[in-house]
Design a protein around this ligand. Sequence first.
Ligand SMILES: Nc1ncnc2c1ncn2[C@@H]1O[C@H](COP(=O)(O)OP(=O)(O)OP(=O)(O)O)[C@@H](O)[C@H]1O
Ligand SMILES: [Mg+2]
Length: 226
Amino acid sequence: MIKLQDVWRLYHMGEETINALAGINLEISQGEFVSIVGPSGSGKSTLLNIIGGLDSPTKGDIIVDGEDLSKASDSELSSYRNKKVGFVFQTFNLQPTYNALENVALPLVFARVPLGKRNQMAKEALETVGLGDRVRHKPSELSGGERQRVGIARALVNNPKILLADEPTGNLDSKARERIMELLTELNKERGLTLLLVTHDLESASSADRMLHMRDGEITESVDRK
Ligand SMILES: Nc1ncnc2c1ncn2[C@@H]1O[C@H](COP(=O)(O)OP(=O)(O)OP(=O)(O)O)[C@@H](O)[C@H]1O
Ligand SMILES: [Mg+2]
């Protein structure tokens, strides 16, 4: 499903070169749940962004669902992002002036889905995350855990095969964190979504099929949990 071969991502800052990713080799199967842990600056977000087509490697190959992202044009990458992946962010990234339904429907605007169909799909995604009764609420009228549910509904609305979650519970208390983890695990187990989760929380990380440890842009350890 996902294959990275000797993937590097370098940043040039004046004289200095930062190896955000330093020769990553990785294969992830369809339906697998993989967690990524490691210290701040070890390259976790960079890895997720490259798999999600938000960033491109400096060197190396990345193939997702048969598509070679390292050779894709900008328009091919944006269509890839729209069709195959859903992103969930630590800070939710919701539009404050839009209600839950409008936030979730936003990716469908870019995918040129007609209004009626958009609203119906957004409503269904909100029901999937247990927020069918909060569609008219704006982000400021929702709890932290509910905001992240809206974020997850937005990630799901295009029916992606891959869900990429970068510290999705980083801004939540332990109760909300547990419920978001339950939801993510359920989406992985019941819908067969391939799930990549970056987290500092070892308990959440241990619920994955496989746990990757990163340091200085490298995968230093891979632990099979199941
Ligand atoms: N746009 C950029 N320009 C320059 N350097 C960058 C850029 N983005 C990331 N880096 C550097 O690349 C390295 C990896 O960053 P990355 O964001 O992937 O780390 P991370 O593991 O996600 O950290 P955190 O746990 O703090 O989120 C860091 O040293 C960072 O400073
Ligand atoms: Mg990060």
